[in-house]
Design a protein around this ligand. Structure first.
Ligand code: SAM
Length: 340
């Protein structure tokens, strides 16, 4: 059995040399599906560390089994959205090759915000590629090819290595499952091959964790009263720029209150818990992040804690923040309090 890897648990950024136990160029495949291409990369590039990203459990399990069965020691798969991995796991200039085969098969123009190939993803990709690194893309959807060609043409950090926007054949390529089906059905495929040049890359710093946050407050409300009031905001959302905080359910434990919260950020989704724990001092509590869901301390997480603290303070005029660690994310209504 291999230890399962996911971007929500790996260190940000990840020390790939330590993980593979060898200093080797990093080759990445995004959305490897059933992994034939990934295994081919591992076999044909024994001097590289090969990483595959997938979101589908079945694909991850099947690729992991194949890696173990075939004793491939230079490849690992990671459960992750590509956007999360690129922002959080890889430092700028660290990838020597990236392959994207048949992304977004249900391409619709109106699904733009969920599409893999878009300006933001290309910017972080260029930032993570090292000089002369290659970016390969394949699709069987002409609209996707046209859209990608336009975006790639506008990407000053990449040079096209083909005589035209794309090629319709790539001799020597191992055919992926999806590609095989497209070819069998008589659909044309469009292949792109770009090289990272010497132009400056967009400045996309690694999304590192920030200090974990908590708020100490006092209130005359009992835990049961707080829980009852929470029902009014269950299911509600608050937006802070790119960050969305959705309050899900509240639960009463033996000692603590636990609130399930969903946080969406542009590079990450988290489903975590916030906990209100009583102190020995009467009416005094700490609001903190619970351990459920392996929380990562991000601006979104701090916003969720700050937002919950603001709501708690709004419940009763006598409620007061005693101390907090919210850094830049303290809302104005709490900011006159001292940090500790
Ligand atoms: C059409 S399939 C292609 C699979 C494989 N590359 C092939 O050519 O047979 C697209 C794959 O990308 C994965 N995927 C979709 N969006 C992704 C994302 N944002 N990050 C990582 N993987 C993604 C899907 O789970 C799916 O397995």
């Amino acid at each position: 059995m291999m230890q399962k890897l996911s971007s929500s648990r790996l260190p940000w950024p990840t020390d790939w040399t330590a993980l593979f136990g060898a200093v080797r160029p990093l080759v990445l495949e995004i959305g490897f599906g059933y992994g034939q291409f990934l295994q081919h990369l591992a076999r044909t590039k024994p001097d590289a560390n090969v990483i595959g990203l997938e979101i589908a459990n079945q694909c991850l399990d099947s690729a992991e089994r194949a890696i173990v069965r075939k004793h491939l020691t230079n490849v690992r798969v990671v459960q992750s959205m590509a956007e999360t991995a690129l922002h959080h796991l890889f430092v700028p200039g660290s990838l020597s090759e990236v392959h994207i085969n048949f992304p977004d098969p249900w391409f619709k123009k109106r699904h733009g915000h969920r599409r893999l190939i878009q300006r933001d993803t290309l910017d972080v990709l260029v930032s993570r590629l090292q000089p002369n690194a290659m970016l390969y893309l394949a699709t069987d959807i002409i609209e996707y090819a046209e859209m990608s060609a336009e975006l790639l043409r506008e990407t000053s950090g990449l040079d096209n290595t083909l005589p035209a926007d794309w090629a319709n054949e790539m001799p020597g390529r191992v055919v992926t499952k999806y590609e095989g089906r497209a070819l069998q059905d008589g659909r044309a495929c469009y292949y792109f091959a770009y090289r990272r040049n010497q132009q400056a890359a967009p400045d996309v710093p690694v999304g590192r964790e920030i200090e974990m946050t908590h708020v100490v407050f006092n209130t005359p409300l009992t835990p049961d009263e707080i829980l009852e009031r929470f029902e009014a905001i269950e299911g509600t959302e608050r937006k802070f720029g790119d960050i969305v905080v959705r309050m899900l359910h509240g639960y009463r434990g033996r000692k603590v209150l636990l609130f399930e919260v969903y946080i969406h950020e542009s590079t990450l989704d988290q489903h975590i818990s916030l906990v209100i724990a009583p102190h020995d001092t009467p009416n005094e509590y700490t609001l903190k992040v619970g351990t459920m869901g392996y929380p990562r301390s991000t601006p979104g997480l701090q916003k969720a804690v700050a937002s919950m603290a603001e709501w708690l303070m709004s419940l009763n005029q006598e409620s007061k923040v005693v101390a907090h660690k919210l850094g830049d994310y303290a809302p104005p209504s709490l900011s006159e309090e001292t940090e500790n």
